[in-house]
Design a protein around this ligand. Structure first.
Ligand code: C2E
Ligand code: CA
Ligand code: CA
Length: 636
């Protein structure tokens, strides 16, 4: 029997009534979505026990998205549009298993992988998968790609046999690893899971198991060859993906022939001009030096001979100025580290792709604005301000305050604003990081902050008069906390402006750097006693860290934007976010994610249970007049 519910909340109510052996939940729904439903169910199970399998139904099947589902407590995912065979297999798998085994299934990656591998042999040749990775390429190209795979695999099998006979587990594992990834690429899923099983057996020197599986592998290859011959495929449709003019000449380096061919097909379909594919980094360097006009370089990381990192270092030292994409099957952490490295070396990195590269992932990357236009250098090195210039700026009343909205993560309703200092000097904006640091190091921060806070409070009053009941966050430099008169100054300003004390939030960073800890403790306790809320800013960076949380009476935690923007693509940042939010929950701190720049950033922090968000995706900081207009728009 199946019960149907139109949204997460309705499903939750039904499930609470009991009697369900499995939940299939759409990933995206208005109101309570699939992730929220899974979290709610798992939270509920903490009390009542048990573990109902939850399957996500999702149109996006990238690793990040699957990781999000897993994090929310889902056990598996079913691609949309649902195919009957997939559904049947999924039900057999999760319902066929005895209840007790399911009950202790944690949402761990290993278990999920074990579950995948144990599933009744994967498809011989998954056409849906092929379509995902090469898109609407024509039938001839697809057949050619699969043929290339079977030919490569046939060519590699004798060496595998020799490794087996010579009981060389190491060599066998390596060969299987390579075959596994090419097989995955063409959707030869059964072959891929067998190679993986052999790889694992070989690694742990279980060579008898490997021998048994090897016989299966040979059959699986026969099956793939038979399946290619039967393939019926739709004719090709061209997709124009490129933002800006498509590259005329692409150079790609990858030691895997199947990966090279696939990328060639994908790029051709996306409208790229000529694609030069090489199997070796040294040859690629020579080609870069020889040919003008290469405007995109796509590189693998794991290559025999010169590895990807060495290659990137050499490319950075060359005069290549075109774009770079890193495509690799290495673990995501490593891929992201390599990306950081490429950026640090000044390479023009468009982005990274996990292998097997899917058509959607490639198209998403191609349609994104290129890195150079998206991230101009934020500060210029030759920008310096002197303390005298700051004093002059104060005298001329050049400092202003802009306000950036803080909104509820779930509803996007504005709940507060952060006051950010702005300084236009001689027609140029001086970055706040710069003048705040100068003021701090020259003992001017108290004087400057008095100006800034007064203006912020006046702005806050204007908003209140216009009927907006919003919290106002102001930044308090840790250097200023050594001034015992700070609480009195703030009280006096509150009284002078008439701003409501309980609406003021004081954001404090880098408290760990404070020389005079006793005074800081004194000042912060008194501020708290006077009813202001204290927020720990830039949490996770520098000195703003765990120890400070237990030392000072914070009520809010702001996650540094370095962990937030782009975190959906960075597993390490995501793990830090998840752990920090969980901890904040236990400490009963309200949480704010700053630096939310994209829908993906928002989905991520929302999914992880962050209370409030702030960032360019919602709005940039703006003068109070513009803010009133913005707030009115939000309300209507
Ligand atoms: P902060 O307190 O961490 O402020 C948030 C910064 O992140 C602001 O930079 C804001 O414009 C920026 N931001 C907001 N949303 C996004 C986003 O989606 N993406 C990115 N990349 N950035 C975003 P801003 O205004 O340049 O301020 C820099 C720092 O200067 C502040 O960092 C704060 O530490 C300091 N600061 C600014 N105003 C004041 C002030 O009045 N007093 C004191 N003491 N420090 C201030
Ligand atoms: Ca701040
Ligand atoms: Ca911050």
């Amino acid at each position: 029997a199946a019960e149907l519910a139109a949204d997460g909340a309705a499903a939750m109510a039904r499930w609470q009534a009991g009697g369900h052996a499995l939940i299939l939940a759409d990933r995206n729904m208005p109101g309570m979505d699939g992730l929220a439903l899974a979290r709610a169910v798992r939270a509920n199970e903490k009390d009542r026990g048990g573990h109902v399998p939850i399957i996500a139904i999702t149109a996006v099947q990238n690793p990040e998205d699957l990781a999000l589902c897993r994090q929310a407590g889902m056990d598996d995912a079913l691609p949309k549009p649902i195919e009957l065979d997939d559904l049947r297999r999924m039900l057999e798998h999760w319902l066929g298993q005895a209840a007790p085994a399911v009950a202790q299934m944690p949402a761990s990656r290993d278990r999920a992988e074990a579950a995948m591998a144990a599933r009744p042999a994967g498809a011989t040749l998954d056409v849906g998968h092929l379509a995902r990775i090469v898109g609407n390429a024509d039938a001839k190209q697809i057949r050619e790609l699969v043929d290339l795979f079977t030919a490569t695999a046939r060519g590699d099998l004798p060496a595998c046999r020799r490794a087996l006979d010579g009981r060389d587990g190491q060599a066998l594992a390596l060969a299987m690893h390579k075959l596994k990834s090419s097989a995955r690429m063409v959707g030869a899923l059964r072959f891929a899971s067998l190679s993986e099983a052999i790889e694992n057996a070989a690694r742990s020197e279980r060579l008898d198991t490997a021998t048994t599986l090897y016989a299966e592998l040979v059959h699986a290859l026969d099956d793939v060859e038979a399946a290619v011959a039967r393939l019926a495929l739709a004719p090709a449709v061209a997709v124009a993906a490129w933002r800006g003019p498509p590259p005329r000449l692409v150079l790609m380096v990858d030691d895997d022939p199947v990966a090279r061919r696939q990328m060639g097909i994908l790029l051709g379909g996306a409208g790229a001009g000529e694609v030069l594919a090489l199997d070796d980094a040294a040859a690629a360097l020579a080609e870069l030096a020889r040919r003008d006009g290469i405007d995109l370089l796509i590189s693998d990381l794991n290559m025999p001979g010169m590895d990807g990192i060495e290659f990137l270092r050499r490319v950075a030292a060359s005069d290549y100025r075109g774009e770079l994409i890193l495509a690799s099957g290495v673990e995501d952490r490593l891929l992201q580290t390599a990306a950081e490295f490429a950026r640090a070396k000044g390479l023009n990195l468009r982005g990274t792709l996990n292998k097997p590269v899917t058509r959607d992932a490639l198209l998403a990357l191609l349609s994104r604005p290129s890195a150079q236009s998206a991230a101009p250098h934020e500060t210029e090195m030759d920008d310096v301000v002197s303390p005298d210039e700051i004093l002059e700026g104060i005298r001329r009343d050049e400092f202003e305050i802009h306000f950036q909205p803080k909104v509820d993560a779930a509803t996007l309703r504005p709940v507060g604003v952060e006051a950010l200092a702005r300084w236009q000097r001689g027609g140029r904006a001086v970055p706040p990081d710069l003048f705040i640091a100068t003021a701090e190091s020259h003992g001017l921060i108290g004087q400057l902050s008095e100006v800034l806070i007064t203006k912020a409070l006046l702005g806050g009053c204007r908003l209140a008069e216009a009927g907006h009941s919003l919290a106002l966050s102001v930044n308090i430099s840790a250097h200023w906390l050594s001034d015992v008169r700070l609480p009195e100054f703030i009280m006096a300003s509150i009284q002078a402006t008439g701003f409501r004390a309980e609406h003021l939030i004081l954001e404090i960073t880098e408290t760990g750097l404070m020389a005079d800890m006793t005074t800081a403790l004194d000042v912060m306790s008194r501020l708290r006693l006077k009813g202001f809320k204290l927020s720990i800013d830039d949490f996770g960076m520098g000195y703003s860290s765990l120890e400070q949380l237990q030392r000072f009476p914070f009520g809010e935690l702001k996650l540094d934007r370095g962990f937030v923007r782009g975190a959906a693509e960075k597993p390490a940042a995501r793990a830090i976010l998840a752990a920090t939010l969980e901890m904040a929950g236990k400490l009963k701190l309200s949480t704010v994610a700053e630096g939310v720049e994209t829908q993906a950033d928002l989905d991520l922090v929302r999914g992880l249970g962050c209370d409030l968000v702030q960032g360019w995706f919602v709005a940039k900081a703006m003068p109070v007049e513009s803010l009133s207009g913005w707030l009115r728009e939000q309300a209507s």
